[in-house]
Design a protein around this ligand. Structure first.
Ligand code: ADP
Ligand code: ADP
Ligand code: MG
Length: 666
């Protein structure tokens, strides 16, 4: 076996690969861009090499820089992780040429599965069921429309070079086909430099079920069972589990056999995932699944497979790459209990899951939970930047049954404390507790269908407001030096000598004016809004653990100060409070509609308005791209455009004024 391993990736997957490599006695070598000089994966590795500036194209996607680091560090092998260069056949080839082991399949196997049309054709030949549709060379719009008719609506247009759900359009109405085709082709051209598409049947009640396969270089291949990844937004996975709810053993066998046949057909080696789409309208059936694509790498959601098999897939990858035989035969692969994974993202579920950036002012989790695993890419204090994927990490729970695993995971998440960027933590907690999800009544439309129930309300409850009032007073007392012992369990309220006062919070742009009144007799009691809530015995530790009794219930929350106020985290839900200083007159009018500002740093990809234009509220003004996602920015009110300050290709900062409006006519 090689003695050292370079990990050509970042974030959680780099950290995860390092963990196993270290356990196996290998020296670990990280690479990093300028944005990652102090990143978690760099700190975890034995040695780290700079490969370039922050943008991925100048660092993590640069083969020459990575190979140079490998050569200078004397790395025996390179693990590509997922994303970046992991499915790049030329990179695998370049490693081989440089005499460095590429931990992945042979270049020709990567190529065989690289394009969805060729892969489907190849699978048809290997007798693997594929989604019915057209995947030939003819790209004429009229011809493709005819094919769509023949397949029968609804159909799905897919970029042949696609990935990450890009260049994909579902079409229900034949009249929309031409328009959707043009837009899919445009997006595919921009994202992959290849406009070609295929058209296939849109499967009814689709469930995404994939098979983990493994092959060695001695002709052996096995399946490590299935994962269900049906919980998706924008065709991207958020929650994954193994085994698939309601999976009949004969279907598991049929899918496993098909996936192994697929791997053998292309002379596969290492870890791979064969993705299938299943029709769940009448339950799962052995003849109701079709090949979608094969990902020739380790998958984000591999930990659920590790949990139910008790195996370390990265260890298998390294051993197979070193020429060893597969450690187990098919009949010996365990399947124990049930595992569920959630992807914790820096994103805002209330804003269509738009990515969020910033410093993680708080990132804590319960300790000593034996059935929960965390694969984190960042630590408290680290930054989620606009340059890479906004995934903070993954949390995985294993249990005897699905219900136990779901409950364990939900309980764990509810006790996590995350503040800084907006995250989907509250959304994940709601989803894991949703009745239909617990029943296993899932398909890829689940999130869209139940969105309203899954996104936590923006409006804070009276309880949270009461806790916020207590936190505010405690923090102020401490700042004034009136609370010399931060560890004291209970102490008196300090209300600046006044009998009652009003505190002015803004939450999600909405003002909350609260009247706070101390009790004359009981110094540990305050009344809020004339007794609407009563808070007693509040205390706050130096690191921001707040406890207080609100209307009889003893509650705990985390208090994290921020520039204009603080964040309060209660049962996993983070609520941001802006504290209005009575001396600042203008803070509340921050939600002015006089300008369209950039919500985050990013690149302008389209400008849809011009100076002098009259726009209606809701009109699309600018399209920007940030963190691999496009976002259309809309007019907040009717108005007349005074100036457009950006053009296509501009890089903008958060808060930059993109479009200015004329004063509204009264
Ligand atoms: P999966 O089916 O496992 O979600 P995807 O193909 O969507 O796989 O991508 C795998 C992971 O790699 C995702 O988390 C994605 O965000 C990340 N990824 C994909 N492409 C890139 C890239 N160019 N740079 C950074 N991360 C990427
Ligand atoms: P990507 O390369 O972007 O991962 P996939 O072909 O794997 O593309 O498809 C991504 C997702 O789109 C799937 O997980 C599934 O939810 C949905 N999807 C793909 N093909 C179909 C189909 N024929 N019918 C219904 N949904 C589909
Ligand atoms: Mg896919």
């Amino acid at each position: 076996m090689f003695k050292s391993l370079l990990i050509a990736n970042r974030g959680e997957i780099a950290v995860r690969v390092i963990r196993t490599a270290r356990r196996m006695g290998l020296k670990t070598i990280a690479v990093y861009s300028d944005a990652d000089a102090n990143a978690f994966h760099v700190a975890e590795a034995d040695e780290a090499w700079r490969i370039g500036p922050a943008p991925a194209a100048d660092s993590y996607l640069r083969m020459d820089a990575i190979l140079d680091a490998a050569q200078r560090s004397g790395a025996g092998a390179i693990h590509p992780g997922y994303g970046f260069l992991s499915e790049n056949a030329a990179f695998a080839e370049a490693c081989e040429k440089a005499g460095i082991v590429f931990v992945g399949p042979p270049p020709r196997a990567i190529r065989a599965m690289g394009l969805k049309d060729a892969a489907k054709a190849l699978m048809e030949k290997a007798k693997v069921p594929v989604v019915p549709g057209y995947h030939g060379d003819n790209q004429d719009a009229g011809f493709l429309a005819q094919q769509a008719e023949k397949i029968g609506y609804p159909v799905l247009i897919k970029a042949v070079a696609g990935g990450g759900g890009k260049g994909m359009r579902r079409v229900d109405d034949p009249a929309q086909f031409g328009k959707e085709l043009a837009s899919a082709m445009r997006e595919a051209g921009a994202a992959f430099g290849d406009e070609r598409v295929l058209v296939e049947k849109y499967v009814a009640r689709p469930r995404h079920i994939e098979i983990q396969v493994f092959a060695d270089s001695h002709g052996n291949a096995v399946s490590l069972h299935e994962r269900d990844c049906s919980l998706q937004r924008r065709h991207q996975k958020v929650i994954e589990e193994a085994p698939a709810p309601g999976m009949p053993p004969e279907m598991r066998k049929a899918m496993g056999d098909a996936a192994v046949a697929a791997a053998k057909a292309i002379g596969y080696r290492g870890a791979g995932t064969v993705e299938f789409i299943a029709d769940a309208s009448h339950g799962l059936k052995p003849d109701g699944f079709w090949f979608m694509e094969m990902n020739t790498r380790l998958q984000v959601e591999h930990p659920v497979t590790e949990a139910i098999t008790g195996l370390d897939l990265v260890e298998w990858q390294l051993r197979v790459a070193a020429g060893e035989h597969l450690p187990l035969a098919q009949k010996d692969i365990p399947l124990v209990g049930h595992a569920v994974e959630v992807r914790l993202y820096a994103e805002d579920p209330a804003k269509k899951f738009f990515p969020s950036t910033g410093r993680l002012a708080r990132l804590r989790a319960p300790e000593n939970m034996p059935h929960v695993r965390m694969d984190m890419g960042v630590r408290e204090g680290d930054e989620v930047t606009m340059f890479y994927d906004p995934m903070i990490g993954k949390i995985i729970a294993h249990g005897e049954t699905r219900r136990i695993a779901l409950r364990t995971l939900r309980g764990f998440l509810a006790r996590m404390e995350v503040a800084g960027p907006k995250t989907n933590l509250g959304f994940l907690i709601e989803t894991l507790g949703h009745d239909a999800f617990i029943e296993g009544d899932i398909d890829t439309g689940f999130i869209d269908r139940h969105l309203e129930a899954l996104v936590p309300p923006a409006e804070p409850s009276p309880r949270i407001l009461a806790l916020a009032a207590a936190a505010h007073l405690k923090a102020r007392a401490r700042a004034a030096g009136a609370d010399p012992s931060p560890w004291s369990a209970t102490d008196q309220w300090v209300l600046g000598g006044r009998r009652a006062e009003t505190v002015d919070f803004i939450v999600g742009g909405v003002p909350h004016l609260m009247k706070i009144e101390p009790d004359a007799a009981d110094p540990t009691l305050i009344r809020i809004d004339d007794g609407a809530s009563v808070v007693t015995n509040a205390s706050m530790t130096a690191d921001g653990t707040l406890s207080a009794t609100v209307d009889g219930a003893r509650l705990a929350a985390a208090f994290v100060p921020s520039s204009g106020g603080f964040t309060l985290i209660h049962e996993g839900i983070a609520t941001e409070f802006t504290v209005v200083n009575p001396l600042d007159v203008d803070v509340a009018s921050d939600a002015d509609t006089g300008a369209l500002k950039s919500p985050m740093p990013g690149k302008i990809v389209q400008v849809l308005t011009e100076a002098g234009a009259t726009v209606k509220r809701g009109a699309a003004l600018v399209v920007m791209e940030a963190m691999k996602m496009e976002q259309t920015l809309l007019a907040a009110a009717d108005g007349k455009v005074a100036a457009v300050n950006v053009s296509v290709g501009d890089q903008v900062e958060a808060g930059a004024v993109l479009v200015a409006f004329e004063e509204a006519e009264k």
